[in-house]
Design a protein around this ligand. Structure first.
Ligand SMILES: Cc1cc2nc3c(=O)[nH]c(=O)nc-3n(C[C@H](O)[C@H](O)[C@H](O)COP(=O)(O)OP(=O)(O)OC[C@H]3O[C@@H](n4cnc5c(N)ncnc54)[C@H](O)[C@@H]3O)c2cc1C
Length: 400
């Protein structure tokens, strides 16, 4: 990136957080809870600081988490369904938890706004460039300088299907790239229809659309649930297609039951190891921009927390900043699975069915959070056909 001189009328901060979504606010949360950093001058910039409830985050953990008070619902059991397959699994020792985006944004903003050393700016960022002794962010209305800038500004908006649809995918030979795209609705039924303690993680008994497609259904109580039609594919659908499939699913499972829609969310999460941005001396990509998304699943919330803690630890100990959160070994597995899904070497429905059929949920969760042991990895791999996975693994190895 180009070096820029610092202009005398540009205000300089210790840190700028560019983008106050999940990653930006998570980092800020860890800053204000770290004595050595809590008094640094920080500028937070986002084009929209008045957030809406644009997403829900689910993740699993085995302990009481930092954001336990915000947990809207949690489940101790999951269900996985596929044609002629149905299994309920206990998640112990993990609990599957849900936090609503708006609760998270408001909780951290309210805490951080009590700090006089933190400034807030609602404006659109145009660019971020290295400069002498730091970096400069250019935004609508001016520029600001900081010793270090942490950015989560992607070239598209993940909660806006149209915006993601316009993003040119990198060539597949360079790296696999699938969207995890979905539309979800919180439905409220007039009578009790759900088992509130079981999260339906994946139900593959839905139109596959030449992709990997499933219904994700999280009951909030006996009458309300988030019902989300999710696909892993290169092509984002027209919004009406998700609507039609959700409506058909609900009619199939709860015929004649009356319901209303309380809330809707949609998203397109990049499933890839493509680098949207790389760190420079004083500019550090975080969140989805900083490869926090797990490429094979689209889960990011847990990894964003890890990334924030890691950055804070490095700043406190004056170490070089690395935003890498995925182990090389698990990145390799992700690349293999992504390649198989993108090249349609085996239907995703069959892969996930086999994994959940032969393993406990805890082993799968550990594998997906990069904390599995090599022995546990072997257990997962043994569930899958060698004639598909071995050639794919070799292909990925040779491509590297
Ligand atoms: C609907 C939805 C549901 C999801 N559910 C889960 C889940 O259940 N579990 C999970 O682990 N992950 C989930 N994810 C994936 C991931 O956790 C989230 O997308 C997460 O919000 C990523 O954090 P981020 O900070 O990288 O991006 P964001 O949270 O999108 O933050 C980016 C910020 O940058 C701002 N911005 C963008 N461009 C500009 C600009 N030019 N100038 C100024 N500001 C700008 C935006 O306003 C936004 O506030 C979900 C994603 C979506 C979209």
């Amino acid at each position: 990136m180009d070096k820029q001189p610092i202009d005398s009328d540009i205000i300089s901060y210790d840190y700028i957080i560019a983008g106050a979504g999940c990653a930006g606010l998570s980092l800020l949360y860890h800053f204000i809870h770290t004595p050595l950093l809590a008094e640094k001058s920080i500028l937070v910039i986002d084009q929209n600081l008045n957030k809406s409830n644009d997403r829900t985050w689910c993740f699993w953990e085995s302990e009481t988490g930092l954001f336990e008070d915000l947990v809207k619902n949690s489940w101790g059991k999951i269900a996985v369904l596929a044609p002629s397959f149905q299994k309920e699994l206990s998640t112990a020792p993990f609990t599957y938890k849900m936090i609503q985006g708006l609760d998270y944004y408001e909780y951290i903003q309210t805490k951080a706004r009590q700090f006089k050393n933190i400034s807030w700016l609602q404006t659109k960022i145009f660019s971020i460039q290295d400069a002498s002794n730091g970096a400069i962010v250019s935004y609508e209305g001016g520029k600001a300088h900081a010793a270090k800038i942490f950015s989560s500004i992607l070239p598209f908006q993940m909660h806006d299907l149209t915006s993601a649809n316009k993003f040119p995918l990198p060539p597949a030979y360079q790296t696999p790239f699938l969207w995890q795209h979905f539309k979800g609705k919180v439905l409220k039924f007039e009578k009790s229809v759900f088992k509130p303690n079981i999260a339906r993680l994946m139900d593959f008994n839905v139109p596959q659309k030449e992709a990997t497609a499933f219904m994700y259904m999280l009951p909030l109580n006996e009458k309300e649930a988030l019902v989300e039609y999710t696909l892993f594919s290169e092509t984002i659908l027209a919004e009406t297609e998700y609507d039609a499939i959700i409506a058909a699913y609900v009619t199939k499972h709860y015929p004649d039951a009356e319901y209303t829609t309380l809330h809707e969310e949609m998203g397109a999460i990049p499933m890839t190891q493509f680098n949207f941005s790389i760190s420079s001396k004083n500019i550090f990509p975080i969140g989805a921009l900083g490869a926090a998304v797990k490429a094979s699943t689209g889960y990011a919330f847990h990894f964003i927390q890890l990334q924030s803690k890691q950055i804070v630890k490095q700043l406190v100990s004056n170490k070089a900043i690395s935003t890498k959160v995925h182990t090389t070994r698990h990145q390799f597995y992700d690349a293999v699975l992504l390649y198989i899904l993108q090249e349609r070497k085996m239907p995703g429905a069959v892969i996930f069915k086999k994994i959940f059929e032969k393993n406990e949920a805890a082993t799968v969760f550990k594998f997906l959070s990069n904390t599995s042991t090599f022995w546990e990895d072997i257990q997962i791999m043994k569930s899958l056909p060698t004639n598909v996975f071995l050639p794919a693994a070799l292909h990925v190895l040779l491509r590297r």
